[in-house]
Design a protein around this ligand. Structure first.
Ligand code: AHN
Ligand code: ZN
Length: 329
């Protein structure tokens, strides 16, 4: 009798036990996000910079400018971007009519959830900061000032073909950023003389009802041991985006490049994206604490050539942007 009771109790206990596998529980375990961020190839990025510089100075109304535009369009198309070339005629500080082209490479153009990655593709018609007065009327090669940002963005386009992004991305190459009044001539101050392409685009976007969540501008992003500080207008208009980008750069191990010092405001393409287009935008731009202008010593001189380009700087900036794009929801 005692034994029977014992067996009965054991059986009750046995069948009241929970099964060891519970389908319900496993169903609610969140799968780890599997985001693959493609790896920027520094040699490829460097080559995209060199290809542009090999055309010579890309000054509006010149043959080299025209040839380089064709090259940029061809490259973007080959990387599956839907390309729009926005042509315009704008007036320079000295009242010249400049034939300009903003070149837009769209990825997922129907997606409303989109961002802008941008850089200027023209180069400056003067070497006004050269030590040598006789050189100051010459146009610059703009390896860093112009071609570096475009080179990184072409490399990103190449990776977009292999690994299409889920969000919408517009890669925009603005023209005539660097046609501002020269400093070696005593000219009266002229407002809004710089950034003619981005001013035009901000008033005449390439699509009806165009909007983007934010924009990231690259300017002088290829010099050896460059430092990118938190620039004034970026901090005024989109401090959260500065945090996001500087945070990503730091996380990826590029803290030598992404410096948290806040520095002065620079009139650059992002200024017009913020004030005219109303798109929150930041500038990743080199800050040099050792020069008076706080631009590099090569800035607007004959020394802005390929010797001023470092693959590792291109890698740090480009890989940080790739992290942002592939983690964007
Ligand atoms: C001014 O000097 C007003 N803006 C500089 C923007 C610039 C020129 N970036 C590259 N070249
Ligand atoms: Zn410049």
């Amino acid at each position: 009798m005692k034994n029977l009771a014992y067996i009965f109790v054991s059986l009750v206990l046995l069948f009241s036990c929970k099964p060891t596998t519970n389908k319900k529980e496993t169903k609610y375990i969140k799968p780890a996000p599997r985001i693959t961020v493609p790896q920027l190839n520094p040699d490829s990025a460097y080559n995209f910079v060199k290809q542009q510089v090999d055309f010579g100075p890309r000054v509006p109304n010149t043959r080299a400018h025209e040839k380089c535009a064709d090259y940029l369009v061809k490259k973007l198309k080959s990387y599956n971007a839907e390309v729009i070339v926005q042509k315009a005629t704008v007036k320079s500080f000295d009242n010249k009519s400049l034939n300009i082209k903003n070149i837009i490479g769209q990825y997922n153009p129907a997606n409303k959830n989109r961002i802008i990655l941008t850089s200027h593709w023209d180069s400056r018609p003067f070497s006004d900061h050269s030590e040598h007065p006789e050189l100051r009327d010459n146009p610059i090669l703009g390896a860093n000032d112009g071609a570096s940002g475009v080179g990184i963005l072409l490399e990103i386009a190449r990776l977009f073909k292999q690994n299409p992004p889920t969000i919408g991305v517009d890669i925009i190459f603005f023209d005539a950023e660097d046609y501002g009044s020269p400093d070696h001539k005593d000219l009266p101050y002229k407002p809004d003389a710089w950034c003619l392409g981005s001013q035009y685009w901000s008033k005449n976007k390439h699509r009806k009802n165009y909007s983007a969540k934010y924009g990231i501008l690259l300017d002088m992003v290829g010099a050896p041991n460059a430092i990118f500080t938190r620039e004034g207008f970026s901090m005024n208009y989109a401090p959260w985006l500065v945090d996001k980008v500087w945070g990503a750069g730091t996380k990826l191990g590029y803290s030598n490049f992404f410096d948290y010092t806040q520095t002065g405001s620079i009139t650059d393409d992002h200024y017009y994206l913020n004030t005219i287009a109303q798109i929150p935008s930041i500038d990743i731009i080199q800050y040099d604490p050792t020069t008076e202008t706080h631009f590099g010593a090569y800035w607007h001189t004959e020394n802005d050539n390929m010797s001023n380009i470092d693959k590792y700087t291109l890698k740090a900036v480009g890989q940080t942007l790739l992290y942002i794009v592939y983690n964007e929801k």
